[in-house]
Design a protein around this ligand. Structure first.
Ligand SMILES: Cc1ncc(COP(=O)(O)O)c(C=O)c1O
Length: 438
């Protein structure tokens, strides 16, 4: 039987949603299993976006459900300040094992936004603790997305997310983004052109002085502004310039960690190790909210070598929540036991070929792919940026697939359990929608 639409949609103020548009024609999801959601009118929807880049192991995994259920029965909550519980320590160790280099200390938060604020605060406080008190500036990048906290929107580079909220954090600058259709359209994997764009960091250093800069934060692959894959050599250059000037490099891996690019982290995939990595989403397969900032040993040691007492004045009531830890441990077991990161890597070329077949469709101006991610960029309708892609989203929803759009870019990022036939179906539905969205 169909699940009825609630008769009053009014009270909920929906996030990042055109509320009036949505409420005039709601799209409600009522259950999920494996690769599929079910809508309130009883239709199956192939999940082309792993929810929101987060359900990497697929929906409704029995092991995760069992772990959460057992934990809820055993201990619902434990305060994380001056108290601990075993699973928080266990999950931190397990997460640290998956991180590159000596990134081996984990601070838990509840979302990507909180993970980012945590990382920025650690970076600022790290320099202050070393006596480098002038290093207060944070450098982000145009088209960067780092969540919605004041720290995240300040270093973020998406103008509608910033403009509405006033002055934001003061000591901020931005690198240019790396997207260039003329040079890099229709790239598979990392584009050839653009490593030199990292040199803009030298200009920023020259302008402000290295002694004023605490950290640079970038998404190693930018997802939210439409799948911007780093040019070959770009991240290496950023790393080298940060090293040269004692600036911390933060990779925001909220969407790239846990297999999305066929490895535990984008840092591993690209062979560039930052000083801090932010995590969220896939850490619990999204079954319970969780975020984290993971830092290199020397950063942690700087805090631990100071005077005895609370080393970092930061934390959340729900840092390392028992249900999130239980979900996280079960999720990491699944990633390991099902070898899901390698599975994503194994599917990468099939996925890329399927995506790039859409090249000849009307209005397609770029397709870019890496790991199990595809960005399909469309020309915009005159005077109506985003309208074409939104039309496509609605058409896909009606035809049985969940996709994500940003501006006029379609971003696809399915659960890592996707089968080849499901890849074919997904792109068939997307093709059909593109063809008819004139
Ligand atoms: C790179 C990145 N950082 C931070 C965030 C914010 O995460 P959350 O929505 O959990 O706060 C996101 C969300 O998509 C993200 O993609």
């Amino acid at each position: 039987m169909d699940t009825p639409i609630p008769n009053d949609l009014n009270s909920l103020w929906m996030p990042f949603t055109a509320n009036r548009q949505f409420k005039a024609k709601p799209r409600l999801l009522v259950s999920a299993k494996g690769m599929y959601y079910t809508t309130n009118d009883g239709r199956e929807l192939l999940d082309g976006t792993a929810g929101l880049w987060c359900v990497n192991a697929g929906h409704g995994r029995a092991e995760i459900i069992a772990a959460i259920t057992a934990q809820a029965g055993e201990m619902d909550y434990a305060p994380p300040f001056q108290m601990g519980h075993p699973k928080a320590f266990e999950l931190a160790s397990r997460v640290a094992q998956l991180m590159p280099g000596d990134l081996d200390h984990v601070f838990f938060a509840n979302s990507g936004s909180e993970a980012v604020d945590t990382a920025l605060k650690i970076a600022l406080n790290y320099h202050a603790r070393k006596g480098d008190v002038g290093r207060r500036k944070l450098i982000g990048r145009a088209r960067g997305y780092h969540g919605v906290g004041f720290g995240g929107i300040s270093v973020g580079g998406i103008s509608p997310n910033r403009k509405a909220f006033g002055g934001l954090l003061g000591e901020i600058d931005h690198l240019p983004h790396t997207h260039n259709l003329e040079k890099n359209a229709f790239s598979k994997n990392q584009p050839e052109w653009g490593a030199h764009l990292a040199d803009a960091l030298e200009d920023i250093v020259a302008l402000h002085g290295a002694e004023t800069i605490a950290a640079v934060i970038v998404e190693p692959m930018a997802g939210s502004t439409g799948v911007l894959v780093p040019p070959k050599g770009y991240l290496e250059k950023l790393r080298a310039i940060c090293d040269k000037y004692g600036i911390l490099l933060i990779f925001d891996e909220v969407i790239t960690a846990f297999g999305r690019l066929g490895a535990a982290t984008a840092a591993e995939r690209f062979g560039v190790t930052p000083d801090i990595i932010t995590l969220a989403k896939g850490i619990t397969n999204a079954a319970v909210p969780m975020g984290a900032a993971v830092v290199r040993k020397h950063i942690f040691d700087t805090f631990m070598n100071g005077p005895d007492g609370i080393e970092l004045f930061h934390g959340y009531t729900y840092s390392g929540h028992p249900l999130a830890c239980a979900a996280g441990l079960a999720t990491l077991d699944l990633y390991r036991d099902d070898d899901l990161f390698a599975r994503a890597q194994g599917l990468e070329s099939y996925w890329a070929d399927a995506a790039h077949k859409l090249k000849a469709l009307p209005n397609v101006i770029d397709i870019r792919t890496i790991g199990l991610v595809a960005g399909i960029e469309l020309s915009s309708r005159s005077g109506a940026v985003g309208a074409r892609a939104y039309d496509i989203l609605v058409k896909c929803y009606e035809a049985g697939a969940l996709i994500r759009v940003t501006g006029d870019i379609i971003a696809l990022s399915p659960p890592l359990i996707i089968e080849k036939e499901q890849i074919d179906s997904l792109f068939e539905i997307v093709s059909g929608a593109i063809r008819t969205a004139n």
